[in-house]
Design a protein around this ligand. Structure first.
Ligand code: PRP
Length: 224
């Protein structure tokens, strides 16, 4: 690969970034610099492959990609839905699987069933609003929280929550249940719209290689 221009990746910090780097490594894309746990650097470069990588808060990844600060981003579908940025979603990476659900105490099931005007706590007000207003046609009051959303019904702030459920243990340990499922979630690859036109071959090769890996066909050689 001898492209002049760098291809820049924005990765949501944490487990998603680690899983993405492991996936990229399987198709021969590595970034040794990133493996140094003591490093305080924010941006990492693979000069040979003309690639750059940076880690950001997950919720900022679509913003970097929409504005072209990153060509490619990896982030959860929850963030893509919540941020609603102008980016292309090109690939389901198949990891980070979980569900966006309406959860609460068993007693709240009736309130949902009868379309009562209830209070909903969520870190995802856009997703919650879309679900209740556009899909269920139920008028609700949405209260945005920054985390530990399960507290909402426990302390009497809200009737239910809209939140991510992975193993279900946070709900179980707090006496809450999944009452309705909104959608399945997983890590997705997103691409800047201009980059998709200008770097078509490189990005298509990347997608092709990941798809081949996912389907167990082995990694084909990169064309560029
Ligand atoms: C997420 C989510 C749930 C929990 C679900 O919270 O908001 O609270 O994980 O996982 P589980 O079904 O495996 O228990 P996170 O740990 O990201 O922290 P937060 O509550 O501060 O958002």
């Amino acid at each position: 690969m001898c492209e002049e221009r760098y291809l820049t990746f924005a990765l949501g910090k944490g487990r998603l970034a680690q899983q993405t780097l492991a996936l990229l490594e399987q198709i021969g894309i590595t970034c040794e610099e990133m493996k140094d746990k003591n490093s305080r650097k924010l941006i990492f470069v693979n000069e040979e492959m003309k690639m750059k990588f940076f880690l950001s808060k997950g919720c900022d990844v679509p913003t970097y990609v929409e504005y072209g600060a990153a060509d490619i981003g990896v982030v959860g579908k929850d963030t893509i839905l919540e941020e609603n940025r102008r980016v292309y979603e090109v690939l389901d990476l198949g990891f980070g699987k979980c569900r966006m659900c309406v959860c609460g105490p068993e007693s709240a099931r009736e309130l949902l069933l009868h379309h009562e005007r209830i209070r909903v706590a969520s870190k995802y007000p856009v997703i919650a609003r879309d679900y209740f207003y556009n899909k269920k046609h139920q008028t609700v009051d949405i209260i945005k929280l920054g985390g530990s959303v399960e507290l909402g019904p426990i302390v009497g702030l809200t009737d239910v929550i809209v939140d991510i459920v992975e193993t279900g243990s946070t709900l179980r340990e707090n006496g809450l249940k999944v009452l309705e499922e909104i959608c399945p979630l997983s890590a997705r690859m997103i691409v800047n719209q201009v980059s998709m036109q200008m770097q078509t071959q490189r990005i298509r090769d990347l997608i092709f290689q990941i798809k081949a890996l996912q389907s167990g066909e082995g990694v084909p050689p990169c064309e560029s």
